[in-house]
Ligand binder design. Structure first.
Ligand SMILES: Cc1cc2nc3c(=O)[nH]c(=O)nc-3n(C[C@H](O)[C@H](O)[C@H](O)COP(=O)(O)O)c2cc1C
Length: 298
């Protein structure tokens, strides 16, 4: 028997509302559907836009039925806040999902872990198997994919990201970028980027651009699609994007394997309605399929 794919690439109308994320601590709870994001993969860390005490639970529920899909046990990091006191960092201590029934749930995890240990080239092979399972739980809220454009004298680049998102209560928008990405230092210096929200139909070209996590773009003329300039910064973005946002970096700091950029939105242009490329966990898609309402897979 083969395991489910770890990730499922799906088409979702933004902002996703199919799954609700809630923090629970000390008898209190808060909706963090638009208020939490992955800050680092190693160790697996979550940034939130409110302080939920030392050891909160992060629950993911099906918005339509309120059914629990998965839960992560968090533990406050030290130091607890980022350079911005309104953003709090947690490590993931444990997690479990309810998308598959027993015994398929542990059996699927075992098969996925075994496959990953055989395939050392997978992007998450450096993580402990338990951390990858927990990361999949964090993807129960389908994560939108954007292209990030960077433009500075002598350096230009564009690459896909999904470890992104609003931290609504703080007014900030975060990007978690592996510290080995070739544009990290330039982003720290120029402190501005533009995000293109990518239509689901452009999956192939978006994935192709992931090579630019390692090597910069030589010339904007090389782009495999028509570009236009972002409104304030004049940075090339995808002309076919559903939405263009320009971000000014307010703070950036290293969190484990990643650099966490906390940004303010400088401009926000909605260009088209449509479904955006998203990632979710394979076991989430399996759950949706069993409910007779699968995501459109791309
Ligand atoms: C759709 C997509 C989204 C990605 N999002 C992120 C991200 O948010 N942060 C990040 O550091 N890397 C991101 N990556 C990069 C990959 O994790 C990986 O580092 C990159 O593709 C290079 O892979 P390799 O090191 O295995 O060759 C993304 C890649 C793809 C294709």
């Amino acid at each position: 028997m083969r395991p489910l794919p770890q990730w499922s690439t799906v088409a979702v109308a933004p902002p996703q509302a199919v799954v609700t994320a809630t923090l629970r601590w000390a008898g209190k709870s808060a909706d963090v559907t638009a208020g939490h994001t992955v800050a680092s993969l190693k160790p697996l860390a979550i940034a939130t836009d409110l302080d939920a005490g030392q050891r909160p639970l992060l629950e993911y529920r099906d918005s339509a039925t309120a059914r629990l899909l998965g839960v992560l046990q968090l533990a406050r990091a030290a130091p607890a806040t980022t350079e911005d006191p309104s953003v709090v960092l947690y490590h993931v201590e444990a997690g479990e999902h309810r998308c598959l029934r027993w015994p398929r749930r542990p059996w699927n995890a075992w098969l996925q872990n075994r496959l990953m240990s055989k395939n050392q080239s997978s992007p998450h092979s450096a993580l402990a198997p338990s951390a990858v399972q927990q990361l999949m739980i964090a993807y129960l809220c389908p994560r939108p994919v954007v292209l990030v454009s960077v433009d500075a004298p002598g350096h230009r680049n564009i690459f896909p990201m999904d470890l992104i998102g609003p931290l609504e209560r703080s007014g900030l928008f975060s990007l978690a970028l592996r510290s080995t990405n070739v544009s990290v230092q330039v982003m720290c210096d120029v402190r501005r980027v533009a995000l293109s929200s990518m239509p689901a139909t452009m999956k192939e070209v978006v994935y192709k651009l992931s090579e630019h996590h390692k090597q910069p773009l030589l010339d904007w003329d090389e782009l495999p699609f028509p570009a236009r300039l972002s409104r304030e910064f004049g940075i090339p973005v995808a002309a076919a994007a559903l939405r263009i946002r320009e971000l000014a970096v307010v703070h950036s700091q290293e969190v484990g394997s990643h650099r966490l950029f906390l940004c303010r939105i400088v401009s926000d242009e909605g260009l088209a309605d449509g479904v955006q490329l998203h990632h979710t966990a394979g076991f989430h898609q399996a759950y949706r399929r069993r409910q007779g309402m699968p995501f459109t897979e791309i």
